[in-house]
Design a protein around this ligand. Structure first.
Ligand code: NCD
Ligand code: ZN
Ligand code: ZN
Length: 352
């Protein structure tokens, strides 16, 4: 196949940051995606409906003239989030979900939750308001090996949470393991996002000829058998698995450091990367539903009506993109990609 036309996709897990960084990365996402679930892990985090509204305004103000994009906002859960904020969030319309970060688990998670049971009042309110809970599903205990953190989270936190709140709709974000796939498959009211890096790479990519910080994200890349399980889930046609890039920009100097930040930047070429992953698995025909249908269905939002076209046009991913003084290194920088977005007419149908 040389040309691929899809209903325009959305990104169900995205980091846009703020200020100049936001201005630098937003156009890449808006070129491909109509909407995105915008992660709230700013410094300080987006904890309230008022903060989410102000952040949403900054995102819309940063959008270049002529580009259309709808930010779907999330709130950052802390030990002190009041349950009433969940009803305010539901009423606000532009808040679509609430994000749980275990304190210390990942980038900008210092204000995250120290004990998940602290939030039971909030979860009860979310269940009542039917507001989805998005999970960074890793435990942080120093004794748990970094490659086991997702599996242990599922066993020790997620299974009991599911028992306590059987009706709560949950997205296990950026899943990386066979155990996560199996758990999502066997559990009601739970879906999962899959990133391009976890579909394309195993942990070998972190050590290919030397240490590769631009392949470091959390949850960390796993063994090849896990990657294969993720691909199988992505191409299965099961609506519980949908696209979420987790595109997470960090300046080059923060990645190439003696204590480098976690996060891969993929907003530049996300759909092309997914196309490659699906094509390698012989399942390009399954890409559209994964990228464009199952996400809006889960979030009870309309599917997009306009289209995006990819062609087989080999191109070289830039070594670096403009990003303040330091630059931004995209995933697989300097290497080739075979799919390329050819046309991306974006009809302004979604913004009210
Ligand atoms: C994300 C970031 O940089 O904000 N990093 C990452 O490695 N995925 C945070 C997150 O999604 O956990
Ligand atoms: Zn995360
Ligand atoms: Zn993320």
């Amino acid at each position: 196949m040389e040309t691929l036309t899809l209903t325009r996709p959305d990104d169900w897990h995205l980091h846009l940051r703020d200020g100049d960084a936001l201005k630098a990365v937003l156009p890449y996402t808006a070129r491909q995606f109509a909407r995105a679930i915008v992660m709230p892990n700013l410094k300080p985090p987006v904890r309230t409906v008022a903060e989410a509204e102000a952040y949403r305004d900054r995102i819309l103000a940063a959008l270049p003239a002529g580009q259309m994009f709808e930010p779907l906002m999330t709130l950052y859960l802390t030990d002190n989030t009041p349950p009433e904020e969940m009803f305010a969030a539901k009423a606000a319309q532009f808040v679509k979900a609430v994000k749980y970060y275990p304190a210390g688990a990942t980038t900008n998670s210092d204000s995250g939750v120290t004990d998940i049971r602290q939030c039971d009042g909030v979860f009860a309110a979310m269940e009542e308001a039917d507001l989805p809970l998005l999970l960074h599903g890793e435990v942080t205990h120093a004794a748990v090996d970094i490659f086991d953190r997702e599996k242990v989270f599922i066993e020790t936190h997620l299974m009991p949470l599911r028992q306590r709140f059987p009706k709560l709709r949950i997205v296990l974000e950026h899943i990386t393991t066979t155990e996560a796939v199996d758990y999502v498959l066997e559990t009601d009211r739970i879906a999962a996002t899959l990133t391009p890096q976890h579909l394309l790479y195993s942990r070998m990519a972190l050590f290919q000829g030397g240490l590769r910080p631009h392949y470091y994200c959390l949850p960390i890349l796993k063994r090849e058998t896990h990657r294969q399980a993720l691909v199988k889930a992505a191409i299965s046609g099961n609506p519980k698995f949908f696209l979420g890039t987790d595109s997470a920009p960090h300046p080059r100097h923060s990645k190439e450091s003696d204590c480098g930040c976690a996060g891969c930047f993929s907003a530049l070429h996300a759909l092309e990367l997914y196309a490659e992953a699906f094509e390698s698995a012989g399942a390009l025909d399954k890409l559209e539903a994964f990228a464009s249908f199952y996400g809006p269905d889960f979030y009870h939002l309309p599917r997009n009506t306009d289209a995006i076209t990819l062609t087989k046009t080999p191109w070289r991913i830039p070594d670096e993109l403009p990003f303040g003084e330091s630059g931004l290194v995209p995933l697989r920088a300097g290497e080739e990609l075979t799919w390329k977005i050819a046309s991306a007419d974006h009809k302004p149908a979604l913004l009210s």
